[in-house]
Design a binder for this molecule. Sequence first.
Ligand SMILES: Cc1ncc(COP(=O)(O)O)c(C=O)c1O
Length: 444
Amino acid sequence: MEPVDLAVTALHPSVDDPALNSMNFLNEVAQHYPEAVSLAAGRPYEEFFDSAVLHEHLDAFRRHLADDLGLSPEQVDRTLLQYGRTKGIVHHLIARNLAVDEQLTVDPEAIVVTVGCQEAMFLVLRALRAGPRDVLFAVAPTYVGLTGAARLVDLPVRPVTGGPDGVDLADLRAQVHRARADGLRPRACYVMPDFANPSGVRMDLAQRRRLLDLAAEEDLLLIEDNPYGLFPAAGAERLPTLKALDTRRRVVYLGSFAKTVLPGARVGYVVADQRVAGSDGTVGPLADQLAKIKSMVTVNTSAISQAVIGGALLAHGCSLVAANVRERAAYARNLRHMVDGLARRFPAGGPVRWNVPAGGFFVVVTVPFAVDDALLHRSARGYGVLWTPMAHFYDADAPVNALRLSVSAVTPEQIDLGLDRLAALITDASAGAFGAAVSARAAP
Ligand SMILES: Cc1ncc(COP(=O)(O)O)c(C=O)c1O
């Protein structure tokens, strides 16, 4: 055995937590089987990437700084090349984007531009976790990045039933009361009202309003994460975000440009307009407190990355809806192809079931056997298809009888091939070819 200098048990407990291993594990499986069709990756479709536009975006943002904001050539260079404002340099363009696409009026000072939405999540949870009594709620199944970020700041996450309406409000209320009865302090509930990852579920308008009312009644913040809202299915309308309906400053809104511009820039943001009374008697947006945390984590988001995103926004009048016409059509086509392909391969009323999301990247397939990491390896090795075990999105070890399929990084032909291979795997697993099926928790 190799000599060791440190035991993992001597490090922060999060590093040995399954939530922090999840993304690495799934990436490693994908790298190990590069020939397999990947219905696992929730990445944007790469054929739309074009590195030539990076320079155009940078130039457009430089012109914006000079012509629209009146900066001198020296100031333009400093803005792009020097350390910069902690809260970011494209906050005003993000505010304009939210006004144009979401009819949401936001003070640019309430925005912090972050290194991806992931950093935004971390900043918010770090700020909210003030002491050992604090607890967060999250609709289950939930995005593993949220669970992982909560682990980093020692914030326990209590699952709330999701169900077909996106969140079971009775369960949320009961959970809040139970936590208080346990002496805990509920801080917030994390939700994805638009085409959630992994469930694909979205909340209808009435449910959004009811959730906002509940948050006000229970004195709870809502953390709204919305990376997929721009991608409704064919024929589906977009709905107002929770933040656009929020008249009581209950919602902290997380945004990402990974799916709507490009993930390589690693730019996201948080809108945190909650008024915070400082110890010096001043009152300012929660964003100012988040900026203090950010200054000790990443100092500022890369100005060059922000400039690329800023230029992309400017190229389309700050509308990402306008910028994503092609993408929206492709993802909607793929989603339709996926659910039609499932219907062709699995008889209605049979043991294999799936949801038909109103948009987004993901479909959840429920099967009559436990789906675990070992089955994923078997699928990759023996059948040439990758997907994501739903167990990765639950905060427990119990196996789950469901898997997540993603439509974002594949062509319709790859979807067909992947589904043929998945059907073969499901046939063999259902027939007990891989040993007795483990009893599993049902997926939602
Ligand atoms: C629900 C959700 N939130 C946040 C993120 C991360 O966004 P970013 O790449 O901007 O950090 C993802 C990425 O897949 C996601 O699915």
